[in-house]
Ligand binder design. Structure first.
Ligand code: NDP
Ligand code: 2IT
Length: 445
């Protein structure tokens, strides 16, 4: 890392002790930015990096709610409003027991660059709670969401901060959150949340957008080597929103997706995953992946273990951060891997990224490859602002244009900085320069 940037990075780490994932995300971005600072001394003079690493505002709050037996439960809520240079803070809410400030800050930090890469007018933020939705009734989920919004509402708004979903937060939760926001504020402010239902201000394609977008991005990478998804053997991790839609799109493009996972285990279905069955189990019944095996022939279920033990030519990690380590990456590379498209945020450890890059694997980092979700959220905001709703075909066309655009910008930036094919460099520099220019133009804020 460039020595000037390393000194700034060390200060950031010392000021935010114990926030391991935030440290990892900051370090990874800084490693790309040395050459930009050679060309743009004004960024150092303007203390852009120091400002970027300090969120504009961080909100931590108590979320008190009552479970079905009447017992009082207390969770912790977070919203980190990281950077509003390009637009209102924008980013998802994660409900998962692992959520803490360091995780919310890593996600919010990544979101700044991701949102910049989309070319849409959105700043970066993220939030969530250590609430565990697993095993909770619908009524408990509703009461939790209402309690969460009872504090969050005062900090958000269509021109201020626009949350959406992430792990553990999908259409059901956004519905309860929106209902409570409307009740408290007495305003039908559609643009305050994205990922809404279609009949009340949502956008077609938003549910599919992240998974579809990741595959579109990976397809563009494959094209640079004269390849495509057609005929590829694909492994996807996770079996949530991003994973299911990535599987559907990859198979629509002619690939066979042979495996996917949840936090308990993974399935291997050599005939190609039956997406309708997977949706039925995960989205309709809210069941566990294990149930897939009993309902289809010739399927292996491996309890525990890592889905990255399954060979693939294309890997699409769509579960969570740091799920592929250096050893898993090396094994995949030895066994014929061509490309990785990160549907999740930061799923590859720094060691894994190094293995992929050293082996010249096509590697699409999350902040570029999974930007289709937030980009389509921005399309939802556009539709809300104009009180319009677009067709599936039109919205999907916009998503495709945006993903191809992000791919091409990352590739062009990597070329410009002398490291062709390095999408990590391209995404970090491309996102950073846009935000940095806007921050300088807006003065010392
Ligand atoms: P979901 O809650 O719909 O699904 C998450 C999936 O990942 C589940 O299968 C879950 O398994 C698995 N998973 C979650 N945490 C862990 C863990 N600690 N260990 C192993 N498996 C885990 O979330 P999404 O599909 O929305 O999100 C997946 C990833 O994509 C996240 O990294 C998210 O930040 C990222 N992302 C999401 C976007 C969106 O639009 N939703 C946009 C861009 C990125 P289990 O059910 O067993 O917990
Ligand atoms: O990580 C992400 O980009 C998301 N969870 C989606 C954010 C959004 O505002 O749609």
């Amino acid at each position: 890392m460039d020595a000037r940037l390393e000194a700034i990075r060390d200060t950031v780490l010392a000021r935010n002790p114990g926030e391991a994932e935030f440290h990892q995300a900051v370090t990874e971005v800084f490693e790309s930015l040395g050459p930009v600072h050679d060309r743009h001394p004004e960024f150092l003079e303007g203390a852009v990096l120091e400002r970027l690493c300090e969120p504009e505002r961080q909100i931590i709050f108590r979320v008190p709610w009552a479970d079905d037996s009447g017992r009082f439960q207390i969770n912790r809520g977070f919203r980190v409003e990281f950077n509003s240079a390009l637009g209102p803070f924008k980013g998802g809410l994660r409900f998962h027991p692992s959520v803490n400030l360091g995780i919310v800050k890593f996600l919010g930090f990544e979101q700044i660059f991701k949102n910049a890469l989309t070319g849409m007018p959105i700043g970066g933020g993220k939030g969530g709670s250590d609430f565990d939705p697993r095993g909770r009734s619908d009524a408990e989920i509703m009461r939790f969401c209402q309690a969460f919004m009872t504090e969050l509402y005062r900090h958000i708004g269509e021109y201020t901060d626009v949350p959406a979903g992430d792990i553990g937060v999908g259409g059901r939760e956004i519905g309860y959150l929106f209902g409570q926001y409307k009740r408290i504020t007495n305003r039908y402010e559609s643009g305050v949340l994205t990922g809404k239902g279609i009949s009340w201000g949502g956008s077609l394609v938003r549910p599919e957008a992240t998974g579809f977008g990741t595959v579109i991005f990976a397809e563009e990478m494959l094209k640079t080597r004269g390849l495509s998804f057609d005929g590829q053997r694909v492994v996807v991790s996770g079996s949530g929103n991003v994973a299911i839609n990535a599987i559907a799109k990859a198979q629509a493009l002619g690939a066979t997706v042979v495996a996917c996972s949840d936090s308990s285990g993974y399935i291997v279905d050599e005939a190609g995953i039956d997406v309708d069955l997977l949706r039925q189990i995960k989205e309709v019944e809210r069941g566990r992946l294990k149930e897939y095996q009993a309902r289809r022939s010739a399927v292996d279920y491996v309890d525990g273990g890592s889905v990255w033990d399954v060979d693939a030519t294309v890997a699409l990690p769509c579960a969570t951060q740091n799920e592929i380590d250096g050893d898993a990456a090396a094994r995949l590379v030895r066994n014929g891997l061509l490309a990785v498209g990160e549907g999740a945020n930061m799923p590859s450890t720094p060691d894994a990224v190094a293995v992929f890059q050293d082996a010249r694997i096509l590697f699409g980092p999350g902040k570029a490859a999974n930007a289709g979700g937030v980009a389509t959220s921005a399309l939802e905001m556009q539709q809300n602002a104009s009180r319009d709703s677009w067709s599936f075909a039109h919205t999907e066309e916009r998503l495709t244009e945006i993903m191809v655009g992000i791919h091409d910008r990352c590739a062009a930036t990597a070329d410009e900085y002398g490291d062709p094919g390095n999408y990590v460099l391209g995404a970090n520099i491309g996102g950073f320069v846009k935000v940095a220019d806007a921050m300088l133009a807006q003065g010392l804020i």
